[in-house]
Design a protein around this ligand. Structure first.
Ligand SMILES: C[S@@+](CC[C@H](N)C(=O)[O-])C[C@H]1O[C@@H](n2cnc3c(N)ncnc32)[C@H](O)[C@@H]1O
Length: 252
């Protein structure tokens, strides 16, 4: 019975995540959704900046704290290990919904790209960024990242899967393709408003801190295997590698 309940919880939360993910595309790209980074009521600048910074801060704290092994060790005394990731995804989605709802636009335009080819290129980068995010989640393990694999394992009476170090396809070029995809999607816009810049700059700062925290945990779990990977593969920008490095990276 608990296995079935966990599975239902996992599926419902996964659907909520899908909704918030799709909404994020419209929110950042200022398309197809009622409230975006540049639309909605805007009051005084000081109120907008304060509220937006608080919302982004809440997002960063929730993501960073709940993802840490020390937090998980305490948290899984209260919440079953099999639904820990699902619960993380639920909290993350909740914070995102709050951000979409309470975000105050700051509509002053800082720069605007009007050349049709350049505009098209920026839009292509925006969509490529989101495609990169989605593709990379599947490369690493989409269903584990969003908690479904864990609740299925519980239903089948299997233990929750242990972390496995992987470097498939794009992970051979950069260590963080998901974060790279977010950066492309957040910065590539033909019209940069003050609000959009605040969003892009704060999330970039958060991603850099998040990488530092994540890599510390990955070194703790995978040790020299991850240290070696870090030496051989760039963090975010796929710089061309020397031949010797390339050969090393091709080894399993
Ligand atoms: C949101 S994902 C981001 C992954 C990666 N930083 C990226 O940008 O593509 C975070 C989870 O991926 C895991 N992770 C990151 N790199 C990994 C790798 N090479 N192999 C397995 N798991 C990895 C982390 O431990 C963490 O649980």
């Amino acid at each position: 019975m608990m296995g079935v309940m966990s599975l239902l919880y996992g599926i419902v939360v996964y659907l909520i995540f899908l909704g918030t993910f799709l909404y994020a595309i419209g929110f950042v790209g200022d398309v197809a959704v009622p409230k975006t980074v540049d639309s909605g009521d805007h009051g005084p600048l000081s109120v907008a900046v304060t509220l937006d910074v608080l919302l982004l801060g809440l997002f960063a704290v929730q993501h960073s704290v709940m993802a840490r092994p020390a937090f998980k060790r305490v948290w899984t005394r209260l919440v079953s290990r099999s639904i820990e990731r699902t619960t993380y995804v639920l909290f993350a989605s909740g914070v995102l919904v709050l951000l979409y709802w309470q975000w105050r636009p700051i509509p002053q335009i800082l720069w605007q790209v009007e050349h049709p080819a350049a505009e098209l290129a920026l839009q292509a980068i925006f969509w490529a960024g989101w495609a990169l995010v989605l593709l990379s989640t599947f490369l690493i393990n989409h269903f584990e990242l969003f908690g479904l694999q864990q609740v299925f394992a519980r239903l089948l009476g299997l233990p929750s899967p242990l972390p496995v170090f992987k470097t498939p396809f794009l992970y051979k070029r950069v260590r963080h393709p998901i974060y790279l995809g977010f950066l492309l999607a957040f910065w590539a816009t033909p019209t940069m408003t003050l609000g959009h810049l605040l969003f892009a700059a704060a999330t970039t700062g958060y991603i850099l801190v998040g990488i530092w925290l994540e890599e510390r945990d990955l070194v703790a779990v995978f040790g020299d295997q991850y240290r070696q990977y870090r030496k051989q593969v760039s963090m975010l920008i796929p710089f061309p590698r020397k031949k010797a490095d390339l050969q090393a990276r091709m080894r399993p």
